[in-house]
Design a protein around this ligand. Structure first.
Ligand code: AMO
Length: 432
C-alpha cells in the first residue's frame, strides 16, 4: 500500500493510486453514484465512489481512502480520486445533521457570530475559518524570523504578577496562595528588565485585560507581540524597526497565504514608508478637514477611521504612525519629550482605522523613574523588583506591542476581532 499523500500534493500523482486520510467533508448521491469531498490539513478533494462504498458514511467520519488520481476539469481544483477502498478511522456521534454545514463557506460566513462561536469546535474545521489561523501562524512566524535576524532573543515571562503595568487598563485578580495577585496585562516590566540582560528581546504571549468592553475590537485575553530594544537614539529607531518588521510580516503573508487571502478577497499592503504624524497634527487635520471637535489630544474610534481615510487619500498609505501623545495619557514608564515636557516619546500605529500597536521610548534613569511614579500618586515600593533593574544600570531603550488578533483581523478585513481568536475570551465567552 502506498504511503499517505497530502491532498495539496495530489497533482504529482495523476494516473497513480494513492492513499489519502482525512474527514468526509461532504457526501452526496448523484445519479446513483456517491460524490464525496474529503478534507485533510492541506485541502479538500473530490472522491467519486461508483461502487457506493461510502453509502453508510456520514459527514466528519474520519477515513482512509485509496483510489486513482484523475484529472477532471469539472471537479473542484481540477482533480479527483476514483475510490477503490475505504477504511473507517473515526466514528461520529450526532443526531441527523451536523449543527452547521461546515462544507459550505457561504453558509458558515453567513452565521451569526454567536453561532460561529457556539459551535467553534466544528466551525473551525471550515476551510475559510481555518484560513484565518494559518494567516495568524504566518504573522507570528514572520515576527519571530525578522527579530531573530536582528539578534533579538525570545523570552517567556510570567503571566501571574504582583502589580499593574499599564495604569488605566483593568486587571483580573487572582488568589495566589492567599496573596493578592493579577493576570499580567502586558509583559512590559519584564521585557524592560530583560533589556538589561539581552539588549534586544521579544515575546509572543497571551495578556489579560479585565475591561468590560463589548466591542468588535476588544478581547479580554489577546496575543501580544512584544518587542523591546536597548541602545536606541530616539523614537525614530522604534518607528523604523516596526516599519521593517511589518514590511516583512506582510511580505511573508503575501507569499505563504495566497490561498487564504483569496478566500477573504484580501489585499495585503505593500509598504515602503509609513507616514508619521504627531497627535497634535492629527487633531488639527481632523478639525480642519472633518470639523471634528478636539477633546484633548487623543483619538477615538471615529478619529482613527477619519485619519486613516485622510492618510489613504493623501499618501496612499493604509497605515499611519501617530506620535507624541500627552505624557499624562501614557503609562508612568514613558519618556517625556525633551522639547515639550507635556508630551511624550510615544506612538500608536493605526492600520485600516484600528490601533494595532502602542509603543515608545522608556525612562531608563532610576531617579527619574521614581520621580514619575511618585508624581502619579503611586508608591515606588509597589514596583521594587522593576525599579531594581534601573538601579543596576539600563541603556536608553524602548519598544512596542502589536495586538496579533487586531493585526490579522485588519489583514483579512474581518468584521470582529473574535473571529481571529480560536477560543475568544470576552465577557460572554468562557467556553469553548
Ligand atoms: P496597549 O495597552 O496599548 O500597550 O496594548 C498594545 C496593543 O495591544 C492591543 N490591545 C488589544 N487587543 C485586543 N483586545 C484588547 N482588549 C486590547 N488591548 C490592547 C492593541 C494595542 O495597540 N505595554 C504597552 C505596549 C508597549 O508600550 O510596549 C501596552 O500594553 O493592538
Amino acid at each position: 500500500m502506498p504511503a499517505r499523500v497530502w491532498i495539496e500534493d495530489l497533482w504529482n500523482y495523476v494516473g497513480k493510486e494513492v492513499v489519502v486520510r482525512g474527514w468526509i467533508h461532504r457526501l452526496r448521491i448523484l445519479g446513483g453514484i456517491n460524490f464525496a469531498l474529503v478534507r485533510d490539513r492541506s485541502g479538500v478533494v473530490q472522491v467519486v465512489d461508483e461502487k457506493k462504498l461510502l453509502s453508510d458514511f456520514r459527514h466528519e467520519n474520519v477515513v482512509e481512502i485509496n483510489g486513482e488520481v484523475i484529472e477532471e476539469k469539472r471537479a473542484p481544483g481540477g482533480i479527483e480520486i476514483r475510490l477503490k477502498g475505504v477504511k473507517l478511522l473515526g466514528e461520529v456521534y450526532y443526531e441527523s445533521h451536523l449543527p452547521v454545514q461546515i462544507y459550505s463557506d457561504r453558509s458558515v460566513s453567513r452565521l451569526k457570530l454567536e453561532t460561529l462561536l457556539k459551535y467553534r469546535v466544528l466551525t473551525l474545521r471550515n476551510p475559510r475559518q481555518r484560513a484565518i489561523f494559518k494567516v495568524l501562524n504566518t504573522v507570528v512566524d514572520a515576527f519571530r524570523e525578522y527579530l531573530k535576524n536582528l539578534k533579538f532573543t525570545e523570552i517567556h515571562t510570567s503571566k501571574i504578577v504582583a502589580s499593574a503595568t499599564e495604569g488605566g487598563a483593568e486587571l483580573f485578580k487572582i488568589d495566589y496562595f492567599g496573596k493578592k495577585a493579577f493576570l499580567a496585562q502586558s509583559p512590559q516590566f519584564y521585557k524592560q528588565i530583560m533589556v538589561g540582560v539581552f539588549e534586544r528581546v521579544f515575546e509572543v504571549g497571551y495578556v489579560y485585560r479585565a475591561e468590560k468592553h463589548d466591542t468588535p475590537r476588544h478581547l479580554n485575553e489577546y496575543l501580544s507581540l512584544d518587542v523591546e530594544i536597548g541602545f536606541i537614539s530616539g523614537l525614530e529607531d522604534l518607528l523604523e524597526l516596526e516599519t521593517g518588521l511589518l514590511k516583512h510580516i506582510f511580505k511573508k503573508v503575501r507569499e505563504e497565504n495566497e490561498e487564504e487571502l483569496k478566500l477573504f478577497n484580501a489585499q495585503v499592503p505593500d509598504i515602503e514608508e509609513i507616514p508619521r504624524l504627531t497627535i497634535k497634527e492629527v487633531t488639527g487635520i481632523l478639525k480642519r478637514e472633518f470639523g471634528k471637535p478636539i477633546i484633548g489630544l487623543d483619538l477615538d474610534t471615529e478619529g482613527e477611521r477619519l485619519i486613516t481615510d485622510y492618510v489613504r487619500k493623501r499618501w496612499g498609505s493604509e497605515l499611519v504612525f501617530v506620535t507624541h501623545y500627552p505624557l499624562s495619557k501614557r503609562p508612568m514608564y514613558t519618556y517625556p519629550d525633551p522639547s515639550n515636557s507635556e508630551l511624550s516619546l510615544s506612538f500608536d500605529l493605526i492600520f485600516r482605522g484600528l490601533e494595532i500597536t502602542t509603543g515608545g521610548q522608556r525612562i531608563h534613569d532610576y531617579r527619574m523613574l521614581v520621580e514619575k511614579i511618585e508624581e502619579r500618586g503611586l508608591n515606588p515600593d509597589d514596583f521594587s523588583y522593576y525599579l531594581d533593574a534601573f538601579k543596576f544600570g539600563m541603556p536608553p531603550h524602548g519598544g512596542f506591542a502589536i495586538g496579533a488578533e487586531r493585526l490579522v483581523s485588519k489583514i483579512l478585513n474581518l468584521p470582529n476581532i473574535r473571529m481571529a481568536s480560536l477560543f475568544p475570551r470576552d465577557r460572554h465567552h468562557l467556553c469553548p
